[in-house]
Design a protein around this ligand. Structure first.
Ligand code: GCV
Length: 677
């Protein structure tokens, strides 16, 4: 049997901090102890306090007055929320539903694991975002598209796996508040198309039931051309009656076997995937056809906005991939059923280390929206290099879209209307549109590796995304600290060192890879390691446009016009090089190498300096990590050390290739005379 760790649910022995007395037993009022979520909450509680405090409780759901945890139903608590309050030596956990209990129990266990006293606690928590999802890109043969931590634990040899590891996955996911999971790759091909057939429905039913016991709804990615590929009508036209009849029957069959199914995720008309454009229909036409059919079952349709031309001619400087999501979807705003959610990547390109926020957020005023981020580190180091992504996600959530601002086209940024913030967080939480079909999802970074995430430190992203999705008010530092204390150690030196590593890791990665928002420059298809011109003359629309005089993509009014997709003041800020945030300068502007940044440095000198600094920072991280030998579990120490060695090699390669390439393009030497090849 393969082995796997318990991640942040390791429940190692801890200092009891006065908690032993309080955690001694559990009493339930108003909840059915046979309910699967309640059962799981109780068994998690028993398991946790046995591991951490050495206390063997108790008959599930019994309790003596005067000690223990008392669980009580309170209808006024919001869905999936809870209130933990200690009074008179009893820890009271109030919730209105079973998911709230489960989350509350995980909260209590988290505090015990962090050696924090439960005495005096008064914490009322509710999810900031209705949907909080992990999207897996797992294929049925067991491979994972953009997976960097082994094979799938959902699929093997075209079979669905439901076993103890599935349960542990659910425990990890639920412990951070995840309530939806897409198990299969959005590129639905071959065997995956058959997921919605008898061949798989039995196992899917079991999996969905297991998930439901942890408050998680199972979702499937769908092949829009399934009618054709599964022997139905020879068309997938959403306006063709034969096609809708086929889907109606299919969806009825699926829901009969998998009643807990949350719905479907669709990647249509993108990177070779079929979609409604083939039939001259809009994205809304495609999404609505499915939405109407899943509605009777309470299902929802997640429809991706990652629609762009992937057969571009690099000579064409007017077509701009960054424009594509907005151009393809803005005209359909308001056309979608209320059980459709448009799933929008955080940036307009594709999960680069630095991108502006997608201008679709907020610009869509009458359509449900969901933020899609990626914790699988496709472009951010493949879970070899450490790259803690929560700060990036917070940045996206904090971005003020200026949506709904009455003077959005004339606003200069200092008008009073700018106080009425319409951040991405407001939009995807449903606060802006007062809707429940909204939320966040992350392309997940897990696999069958013993530690789930390849690099142990990538566990911070697996954990952090969920915590942030539930409680967007948490800071990246708070989340990092929690994860370290739960997964690694409560030792102060460990906490401080690893927190510093995590919190600086994104900037470090950015420094030794692609500067000032230019992105890409990665080895084509693999997306790890440098290849400055690797995509420059390809069909993918991901160009840096560097020549001997300058670098960057002109996305201003004179260029592709992309900057104008934002509401003001963002549009005018981005349009002008002097006001454009410098970390995004080359995303929006093509500038000479001698252009001076606010630091006084030229662009080329910034490129040289940041690449040398990036490598030095990796060396410093490694030196800090080495000091933790003996302070973290040996397996973790070895795992991270091995990853760091590879990261350093990668960083050096990036530094030398990027510096050399740009030196050769422009002929301007490094002011500091360092080695460039
Ligand atoms: C699942 C990028 C990735 C693809 C991925 C795609 C997507 O292009 O490289 O592997 O496909 O994004 O998000 O659909």
């Amino acid at each position: 049997m393969e082995k796997w760790t318990q991640g942040w649910l390791a429940y190692r022995p801890v200092k009891e901090a006065g908690n032993a007395q309080l955690a001694g037993s559990m009493k339930l009022t108003g909840f059915d102890r046979e309910h699967p979520i309640v059962q799981n909450a109780v068994s998690e509680f028993c398991r946790g306090i046995k591991g951490m405090l050495g206390i063997s409780t108790v008959l599930a759901c019994s309790g003596e007055p005067g000690k223990g945890v008392s669980v009580e139903r309170r209808q006024e608590i919001p869905a999936e929320g809870y209130h933990i309050q200690e009074t008179g030596g009893v820890v009271n956990l109030y919730a209105s539903d079973e998911a709230g209990i489960l989350y509350g129990i995980f909260h209590i266990l988290r505090l015990i694991a962090m050696e924090e006293a439960l005495a005096g606690i008064d914490a009322a928590c509710r999810p900031d975002n209705p949907l909080r999802m992990y999207d897996h890109w797992d294929n049925l043969d067991g491979s994972i598209e953009r997976g960097y931590s082994g094979n799938s634990f959902f699929f093997q040899d075209n079979k669905i796996l439901v076993n103890e590891r599935t349960r542990d996955y659910c425990r990890l996911a639920a412990s951070v508040g995840i309530n939806g999971v897409v198990i299969n790759n959005v590129n639905v091909k071959e065997a995956a198309t058959w997921l919605i057939t008898e061949r798989y429905l039995g196992q899917l039913g079991k999996m969905a039931e297991l998930f439901a016991g942890y408050g998680i709804r199972l979702f499937l990615s769908l092949n829009f051309a399934a009618p054709i590929e599964l022997g139905g009508p020879d068309s997938a036209d959403p306006f063709d009656g034969k096609v809708t009849d086929w889907w109606r029957q299919k969806i009825a069959q699926v829901y009969e076997a998998v009643p807990e199914l949350g719905g479907f995720l669709v990647k249509a008309d993108s990177e070779g995937r079929p979609g409604p454009f083939t039939y001259g229909r809009t994205q809304a036409d495609g999404a609505n056809m499915l939405a109407d059919l899943v509605r009777p079952y309470g299902g929802i349709i997640l429809w991706r906005c990652f629609v762009y031309n992937c057969t571009q001619d690099w000579r064409d400087t007017k077509t701009d991939r960054a424009r594509a999501a907005y151009d393809n979807f803005i005209g359909t705003d308001g056309d979608y059923r209320d059980n459709v959610i448009l799933q929008i990547k955080n940036g307009p390109m594709d999960f680069q280390i630095r991108e502006p926020v997608s201008p679709l957020f907020g610009a869509l005023q009458k359509t449900n929206q969901m933020l899609e981020v990626q914790i699988a580190q496709e472009y951010t180091g493949h879970q070899i290099d450490v790259c803690y992504l929560v700060p990036m996600f917070k940045e996206a959530l904090d971005f003020n879209t200026c949506a709904g601002c009455p003077s959005r086209n004339t606003c200069t940024g200092d008008a009073a209307c700018c106080d009425k913030r319409s951040t991405v967080a407001d939009v995807v939480s449903g606060r802006t549109m007062h809707n429940r079909n909204a939320g966040l999802c992350a392309v997940c970074n897990t696999g069958s590796d013993e530690n789930w995430t390849g690099n142990d430190l990538a566990g911070a992203n697996f954990y952090g995304f969920g915590r942030l999705a539930y409680d967007t008010g948490l800071t990246a530092a708070e989340i990092a600290e929690e994860w370290i204390r739960l997964a690694l150690s409560n030792d102060r030196e460990v906490v401080d060192t690893v927190r510093r590593i995590l919190l600086t890791s994104r900037e470090t990665y950015e420094k030794y890879t692609s500067p000032l928002g230019i992105g890409w420059m990665v080895t084509p298809m693999l997306h790890y390691g440098p290849s400055v011109d690797g995509y420059e003359y390809s069909r993918w629309g991901t160009y840096h446009r560097a020549d001997w005089q300058g670098i960057g993509v002109d996305r201003t009014k004179q260029g592709t016009g992309y900057a104008q997709q934002y509401a003001n003041p963002n549009a005018s800020l981005y349009d002008c090089a002097e006001t454009c945030p410098e970390e995004l300068l080359l995303f929006f502007h093509h500038l000479p190498y001698q252009y001076r940044l606010r630091s006084g440095k030229t662009i080329i000198q910034h490129i040289y300096d940041s690449h040398f600094e990036g490598v030095e920072e990796v060396e410093e991280m490694i030196a800090c990590w080495k000091k933790l030998a003996g302070k973290v579990e040996e397996r973790t120490f070895e795992n991270v050390s091995e990853r760091f060695a590879r990261q350093l090699e990668n960083a050096r390669e990036w530094r030398d290739q990027v510096n050399t390439c740009f030196y050769r393009k422009c002929g301007i030497p490094d002011e500091k005379g360092r080695q460039i090849y």
